[in-house]
Design a protein around this ligand. Structure first.
Ligand SMILES: [Zn+2]
Length: 219
Protein backbone atom coordinates (compact mmCIF):
# COMPACT_ATOMS: atom_id res chain seq x y z
CA UNK A 1 0.00 0.00 0.00
CA UNK A 2 1.18 3.54 -0.77
CA UNK A 3 1.88 5.58 2.34
CA UNK A 4 0.65 9.13 2.81
CA UNK A 5 3.98 10.82 2.09
CA UNK A 6 4.34 9.11 -1.29
CA UNK A 7 0.77 10.08 -2.06
CA UNK A 8 1.51 13.74 -1.31
CA UNK A 9 4.64 13.76 -3.47
CA UNK A 10 2.80 12.08 -6.35
CA UNK A 11 -0.18 14.43 -6.07
CA UNK A 12 2.18 17.41 -5.94
CA UNK A 13 3.91 16.32 -9.17
CA UNK A 14 0.54 15.58 -10.77
CA UNK A 15 -0.76 19.02 -9.76
CA UNK A 16 2.35 20.71 -11.09
CA UNK A 17 2.06 18.91 -14.43
CA UNK A 18 -1.65 19.78 -14.57
CA UNK A 19 -0.91 23.46 -13.94
CA UNK A 20 1.83 23.42 -16.55
CA UNK A 21 -0.53 21.83 -19.09
CA UNK A 22 -3.22 24.41 -18.27
CA UNK A 23 -0.65 27.18 -18.44
CA UNK A 24 0.14 26.37 -22.07
CA UNK A 25 -3.52 26.95 -22.90
CA UNK A 26 -4.09 30.14 -20.99
CA UNK A 27 -2.16 33.16 -19.81
CA UNK A 28 -3.90 33.74 -16.52
CA UNK A 29 -1.46 34.48 -13.73
CA UNK A 30 -3.81 32.83 -11.22
CA UNK A 31 -2.62 29.42 -12.40
CA UNK A 32 0.92 30.27 -11.43
CA UNK A 33 -0.22 31.29 -7.97
CA UNK A 34 -2.29 28.12 -7.68
CA UNK A 35 0.83 26.15 -8.56
CA UNK A 36 2.78 27.91 -5.84
CA UNK A 37 0.00 27.28 -3.34
CA UNK A 38 -0.01 23.57 -4.23
CA UNK A 39 3.75 23.36 -3.59
CA UNK A 40 3.51 25.09 -0.22
CA UNK A 41 0.45 23.05 0.71
CA UNK A 42 2.25 19.80 -0.10
CA UNK A 43 5.27 20.82 1.95
CA UNK A 44 2.95 21.66 4.79
CA UNK A 45 1.19 18.29 4.66
CA UNK A 46 4.48 16.38 4.29
CA UNK A 47 5.92 18.12 7.33
CA UNK A 48 2.82 17.43 9.39
CA UNK A 49 2.65 13.76 8.51
CA UNK A 50 6.35 13.05 9.03
CA UNK A 51 6.08 14.75 12.42
CA UNK A 52 3.12 12.63 13.38
CA UNK A 53 4.29 9.26 12.06
CA UNK A 54 7.88 9.07 13.39
CA UNK A 55 7.86 7.57 16.86
CA UNK A 56 11.55 7.77 17.83
CA UNK A 57 12.08 10.71 20.17
CA UNK A 58 15.35 12.04 18.72
CA UNK A 59 13.99 11.75 15.21
CA UNK A 60 10.74 13.42 16.18
CA UNK A 61 12.65 16.44 17.50
CA UNK A 62 14.46 16.62 14.18
CA UNK A 63 11.26 16.37 12.19
CA UNK A 64 9.61 18.82 14.57
CA UNK A 65 12.22 21.40 13.56
CA UNK A 66 11.73 20.64 9.86
CA UNK A 67 7.97 20.80 10.32
CA UNK A 68 8.25 24.19 12.01
CA UNK A 69 10.53 25.53 9.25
CA UNK A 70 8.17 24.31 6.53
CA UNK A 71 4.89 25.26 8.14
CA UNK A 72 5.84 28.56 9.77
CA UNK A 73 9.30 29.65 8.61
CA UNK A 74 8.78 29.52 4.84
CA UNK A 75 5.33 31.17 4.69
CA UNK A 76 6.51 33.90 7.10
CA UNK A 77 9.67 34.44 5.01
CA UNK A 78 7.62 34.67 1.81
CA UNK A 79 5.16 37.19 3.28
CA UNK A 80 8.06 39.16 4.76
CA UNK A 81 9.90 39.15 1.42
CA UNK A 82 6.81 40.31 -0.47
CA UNK A 83 5.97 43.10 1.98
CA UNK A 84 9.53 44.33 2.49
CA UNK A 85 10.81 43.76 -1.03
CA UNK A 86 7.77 45.08 -2.82
CA UNK A 87 7.36 48.18 -0.70
CA UNK A 88 11.02 48.86 -0.01
CA UNK A 89 12.24 48.50 -3.59
CA UNK A 90 10.70 51.74 -5.00
CA UNK A 91 12.20 53.65 -2.08
CA UNK A 92 15.62 52.04 -2.62
CA UNK A 93 15.59 52.90 -6.33
CA UNK A 94 14.68 56.52 -5.55
CA UNK A 95 17.70 56.71 -3.24
CA UNK A 96 20.03 54.85 -5.59
CA UNK A 97 19.35 57.09 -8.59
CA UNK A 98 18.66 60.30 -6.61
CA UNK A 99 15.40 60.26 -8.55
CA UNK A 100 13.15 63.29 -8.65
CA UNK A 101 9.51 63.30 -9.52
CA UNK A 102 8.05 65.00 -12.58
CA UNK A 103 4.71 66.49 -11.69
CA UNK A 104 2.19 68.58 -13.53
CA UNK A 105 -0.14 70.52 -11.31
CA UNK A 106 -3.05 68.09 -11.25
CA UNK A 107 -1.11 65.01 -12.26
CA UNK A 108 -3.10 64.99 -15.49
CA UNK A 109 -0.43 63.64 -17.82
CA UNK A 110 -0.35 60.16 -16.39
CA UNK A 111 -2.85 59.97 -13.53
CA UNK A 112 -2.20 56.29 -12.80
CA UNK A 113 1.52 56.62 -12.26
CA UNK A 114 4.25 58.78 -10.77
CA UNK A 115 7.14 59.55 -13.07
CA UNK A 116 10.67 59.81 -11.70
CA UNK A 117 13.80 60.94 -13.49
CA UNK A 118 16.80 58.80 -12.53
CA UNK A 119 20.06 60.69 -12.35
CA UNK A 120 22.09 58.32 -14.52
CA UNK A 121 23.87 58.63 -17.85
CA UNK A 122 22.94 55.02 -18.67
CA UNK A 123 19.81 54.65 -20.82
CA UNK A 124 17.06 52.71 -19.04
CA UNK A 125 13.43 52.80 -18.00
CA UNK A 126 11.45 50.53 -15.71
CA UNK A 127 8.29 50.50 -13.64
CA UNK A 128 7.89 49.28 -10.11
CA UNK A 129 4.44 49.38 -8.51
CA UNK A 130 3.05 52.64 -9.93
CA UNK A 131 6.40 54.43 -10.08
CA UNK A 132 7.99 54.84 -13.49
CA UNK A 133 11.73 55.51 -13.60
CA UNK A 134 13.27 57.06 -16.71
CA UNK A 135 16.97 57.87 -16.81
CA UNK A 136 18.55 61.06 -18.13
CA UNK A 137 20.59 58.83 -20.47
CA UNK A 138 17.38 57.55 -22.04
CA UNK A 139 15.98 61.08 -22.48
CA UNK A 140 19.15 62.08 -24.34
CA UNK A 141 19.23 58.93 -26.50
CA UNK A 142 15.64 58.80 -27.78
CA UNK A 143 13.60 61.14 -29.95
CA UNK A 144 10.22 62.47 -28.84
CA UNK A 145 8.09 59.63 -30.29
CA UNK A 146 10.41 56.98 -28.87
CA UNK A 147 10.29 58.61 -25.44
CA UNK A 148 6.48 58.56 -25.61
CA UNK A 149 6.60 54.90 -26.65
CA UNK A 150 8.84 53.94 -23.71
CA UNK A 151 6.67 55.91 -21.28
CA UNK A 152 3.54 54.19 -22.64
CA UNK A 153 5.24 50.79 -22.40
CA UNK A 154 6.04 51.41 -18.73
CA UNK A 155 2.52 52.74 -18.17
CA UNK A 156 1.28 49.48 -19.67
CA UNK A 157 3.27 47.66 -16.96
CA UNK A 158 1.80 49.88 -14.23
CA UNK A 159 -1.75 49.23 -15.46
CA UNK A 160 -1.16 45.48 -15.47
CA UNK A 161 0.77 45.53 -12.20
CA UNK A 162 3.64 43.71 -13.95
CA UNK A 163 6.15 44.44 -11.22
CA UNK A 164 4.13 42.32 -8.80
CA UNK A 165 4.13 39.45 -11.30
CA UNK A 166 7.91 39.85 -11.82
CA UNK A 167 8.46 39.85 -8.09
CA UNK A 168 6.31 36.79 -7.40
CA UNK A 169 7.85 34.80 -10.28
CA UNK A 170 11.27 35.37 -8.74
CA UNK A 171 9.94 34.10 -5.43
CA UNK A 172 8.46 31.09 -7.20
CA UNK A 173 11.88 30.24 -8.66
CA UNK A 174 13.20 29.97 -5.13
CA UNK A 175 10.34 27.80 -3.90
CA UNK A 176 9.72 25.61 -6.90
CA UNK A 177 12.28 24.70 -9.59
CA UNK A 178 9.43 23.53 -11.83
CA UNK A 179 8.09 27.08 -11.92
CA UNK A 180 10.69 27.94 -14.57
CA UNK A 181 8.66 26.04 -17.14
CA UNK A 182 6.05 28.73 -17.26
CA UNK A 183 7.39 31.85 -15.54
CA UNK A 184 9.40 32.90 -18.62
CA UNK A 185 6.18 32.76 -20.60
CA UNK A 186 4.52 34.93 -17.96
CA UNK A 187 7.28 37.54 -18.18
CA UNK A 188 7.22 37.49 -22.00
CA UNK A 189 3.46 37.97 -21.88
CA UNK A 190 3.88 41.06 -19.68
CA UNK A 191 6.29 42.57 -22.24
CA UNK A 192 3.96 41.80 -25.15
CA UNK A 193 0.99 43.30 -23.31
CA UNK A 194 2.93 46.46 -22.48
CA UNK A 195 3.89 46.77 -26.18
CA UNK A 196 0.26 46.17 -27.20
CA UNK A 197 -0.70 49.14 -25.02
CA UNK A 198 1.86 51.31 -26.85
CA UNK A 199 0.41 50.24 -30.22
CA UNK A 200 -3.17 50.89 -29.03
CA UNK A 201 -2.22 54.52 -28.34
CA UNK A 202 0.39 55.27 -31.01
CA UNK A 203 -1.26 53.10 -33.70
CA UNK A 204 2.18 51.80 -34.70
CA UNK A 205 4.99 49.74 -33.24
CA UNK A 206 7.57 51.76 -35.18
CA UNK A 207 8.63 53.95 -32.27
CA UNK A 208 8.85 51.29 -29.57
CA UNK A 209 10.85 49.09 -31.96
CA UNK A 210 13.31 51.88 -32.83
CA UNK A 211 13.61 52.77 -29.12
CA UNK A 212 14.40 49.14 -28.34
CA UNK A 213 17.02 49.05 -31.08
CA UNK A 214 18.71 52.18 -29.77
CA UNK A 215 18.66 50.80 -26.20
CA UNK A 216 20.21 47.51 -27.35
CA UNK A 217 23.01 49.33 -29.17
CA UNK A 218 23.61 51.65 -26.21
CA UNK A 219 24.80 48.78 -24.00
ZN1 LIG B 1 8.72 46.07 -20.26
Amino acid sequence: MINQNTLFVISSIALTLLFWWLWKRTTKAMLAYAHLASMVFTGFLLARTSYCTLGNQLLSICTWVIAKVLTIGIPVAVVFAIVLGYYLMPWLYKKKYSAFRIKDRRNRLVPEAKIFIADSSKAFAFAIKNDIFISIGLLVLLNKHEKDAVLLHELGHVRRNSSFINFTTNLMHVLSPLARFYTQKMLDFEELSADAFVVSVQKTDKHIESARKKLRNAF
